[in-house]
Write a protein that binds this ligand. Structure first.
Ligand SMILES: [Zn+2]
Length: 284
């Protein structure tokens, strides 16, 4: 039988774990070859002391070095066969001054990065590719660029893989939102009891709707058997997880909440219909 190969294009170290961690581990367990392309080094992440990139002592190169090690650990946990780092600088969130850094991913001509990605795709010939949608799932420039670069790369290769965008159905997003709001309320109450008054939240994620209409979902993958690996992969990105809601759950809760990953089908060479439960549907 033909070797099955899966490739995901992610923006930063830790995205592979949060949006495709279950899928990676599941596919590795099934003997599928798995490849991860990480576009940036994540210089705009949190420093080890929790410092944000706008802090004076925040050292992007030091952050990237830590995140490179964390990524290696996550790759091991998820059983990823090949990691390719494109090595671009993190562009930061939309509107940050880092967007203008000539070395950042956002500033790289799409065809230049796409040619590099196309070469990897031709080497590996994955049947299935995953990346983000055109709003980069939540509006981050590096995620948007990952979408554009992937689409451009697909025009440079000599075959048509099945492309999926990772997604969270609106109904699930509504449950997550409830959970975040409840956590937020509880934190405010605890703080208020201690006499700490918090300013009103300006949610970074607030303005962009991260959910996808349920009827657009083309693949719904049960990853409940591998949520421990997904949890460990997220935990491997220790420096970035201080505020992460995932790791505030215990493993049982995590399994209940994170036991499924969803995708929207963008190209469909195998002429699939409806929602598949196997990302390689049509290929095996
Ligand atoms: Zn990211």
């Amino acid at each position: 039988m033909e070797q099955l190969t899966f490739l995901a294009v992610h923006a930063h170290p830790d995205d592979e774990a949060s949006s495709t961690g279950g899928l990676y581990r599941l596919l590795a367990n099934e003997g599928v070859r798995t490849v991860l392309v990480t576009c940036t080094n994540g210089e705009c992440g949190d420093a080890l002391d929790g410092a944000k990139p706008n802090a004076d002592h925040h050292d992007g190169d030091a952050v990237a070095a830590i995140r490179a090690k964390e990524l290696e650990r996550a790759v091991e946990v998820l059983g990823i066969d090949r990691l390719v780092r494109l090595g671009y600088r993190d562009s930061g969130m939309m509107g940050w001054p880092q967007n203008d850094d000539v070395e950042c991913f956002w500033q790289v001509p799409i065809e230049v990065a796409a040619a590099r990605l196309a070469q990897i795709i031709e080497e590996e010939r994955p049947q299935v590719i995953v990346t983000y949608n055109e709003i980069g799932f939540y509006g981050h420039p590096d995620h948007i660029q990952a979408n554009r670069v992937t689409l451009a790369a697909l025009t440079m290769i000599d075959y048509e893989p099945t492309l999926y965008y990772n997604a969270i159905p609106n109904t699930v997003m509504a449950r997550f939102r409830e959970r975040w709001e409840q956590e937020d309320r509880e934190r405010r109450e605890t703080n208020a009891a201690k006499g700490i008054v918090e300013p009103e939240e300006s949610s970074e994620q607030g303005e962009i709707d991260m959910g996808t209409p349920d009827e657009l979902i083309g693949a719904s993958i049960d990853v409940s058997d591998v949520t421990d690996a997904k949890y460990d992969a997220l935990a491997a990105h220790h420096s970035q997880m201080a505020d992460a809601f995932w790791l505030k759950m215990d493993r049982e809760q995590f399994k209940a909440v994170m036991g499924r990953e969803w995708f929207v089908r963008i190209t469909n060479p195998m002429k699939l219909d409806g929602v598949v439960e196997d990302i390689f549907a049509g290929y095996r």
